[in-house]
Design a protein around this ligand. Sequence first.
Ligand SMILES: [Zn+2]
Length: 77
Amino acid sequence: MSCLICAGQAESVECIHGWEERQCSQCGHYRMSQALILVMMEEGQIFDTGQMRQWLTARRDQEAVPAIDQRQAIWVR
Ligand SMILES: [Zn+2]
């Protein structure tokens, strides 16, 4: 499995319907909505890896496994 943010090596973790969960050695543990993954694929968008990692790190203060949905996505412009 590859990481949805950096495309590096990541483990896929079983999770609830509608979400994908990954454990990436670089980005850490996170959850991403399948709706967002669809947007990424259909629109050919690429995550801003650095900014997403920063967001995940900050978010872990409140949520052990941060969930990324369309509002949280930071794309490369
Ligand atoms: Zn990653």
